[in-house]
Write a protein that binds this ligand. Structure first.
Ligand code: TA6
Length: 299
């Protein structure tokens, strides 16, 4: 007799460390507790919706208006964007990976209390336009949050070209009291001005209007300095050459049905990936890994 899901989950539960629950919209979640932090991951999109260190506010923003249903992306946390970034005629924006239910394949328990979860995107008809691939996403929770998206080509004779991005929504105390550093001197495309190419000449990005910038060739660490939460967030990356900085501000916030009108004040997206000119092309059998390490410290 096949093991039922609940039996499967009860076999895997590690009381006080790894538990399985029905989250919002009755969608299944994995809840993790470590000596430093707690986290929540939905199987829907392998979506990290919560990460919080002890004595700190949540690191990730999650909209109170988010939908939690099949076919809809969760608004906030870390959407996994694959195999394309942005809109595509007749297809869901930002690819299909964040809309699918991923399978939990492995739980890794480190002696220090760090816990890793490896999810796999099941093959499906939505990937029909691409050569066969395997998408594994490992979420490691401890004092830091480490995210690794590994894409492997299973094609015997064709290249696999794709975009990928970890579209992270960070929680901030007040966006008007935040500075984003690490992108000075970098080129970016301003999507609000027909993708005009610009150079970021400022020592830090300060947000007082809608911002939607795609930076190419930016592998370096980006920091978010939050004067209200008195916190510095570090976004360190490996295997990522693109960075996106986005805040919807007032008008776009009001247009988004799954986003509160005033929630733009409490978030900023600093996204790490490989998009546009930084897209990835794999030879048959090759693997590419995008890794983001999120950490924070008091100012
Ligand atoms: O990453 C920035 C962006 O591409 C913005 O243009 C905005 O559309 C945002 O992503 C959210 O996209 P979504 O499809 O999640 O509403």
């Amino acid at each position: 007799m096949n093991t039922t899901a609940s039996q499967w989950e009860s076999q895997l539960e590690i009381p006080g460390r790894v538990t399985f629950q029905d989250g919002q919209g009755e969608l299944p979640t994995v809840e993790l507790r470590t000596p430093w932090s707690e986290a929540e991951i939905y199987l829907h999109g392998a979506h990290v919706t919560h990460f919080q260190k002890q004595a700190e506010p949540p690191l990730l923003f999650l909209s109170k208006m988010s939908r939690f249903e099949a076919g809809a992306p969760i608004r906030g946390g870390v959407p996994v964007i694959f195999p394309w970034f942005g809109p595509r005629a007749g297809q869901p924006a930002h690819g299909f990976a964040r809309l699918q239910d991923w399978e939990l394949k492995e739980i890794t328990l480190a002696v220090d209390g760090t816990t890793g979860l490896r999810f796999r995107l099941p093959d499906g008809p939505e990937g029909g336009g691409y050569p066969p691939f395997t998408a594994d996403y490992t979420v490691t929770v401890g004092e830091q949050l480490v995210l690794q998206l590994s894409i492997s080509s299973r094609a015997p004779d064709r290249e696999l070209t794709f975009e990928a991005c970890l579209h992270t929504y960070f929680a901030v105390g007040d966006i008007t009291a935040v500075e984003i550093t690490g992108l000075r001197g970098a080129d970016y495309l301003d999507t609000l001005e027909q993708f005009a190419r610009k150079v970021d000449a400022d020592d830090a990005i300060r947000i007082a209007a809608e911002v939607d910038r795609v930076y190419a060739d930016t592998p370096a660490t980006v920091e978010i300095v939050d004067q209200v939460f008195r916190r510095r967030i570090r976004v360190a990356k490996e295997g990522s050459r693109s960075t996106v900085v986005w805040n919807p501000w007032v008008a776009k916030a009001q247009r988004l049905a799954d986003f509160g009108n005033d929630e733009y004040l409490q978030m900023v997206c600093v996204e790490s990936g490989n998009i546009g000119p930084d897209q990835i092309t794999l030879a048959p059998g090759q693997t590419s890994t995008l890794q983001v390490t999120l950490s924070s410290a008091p100012l």
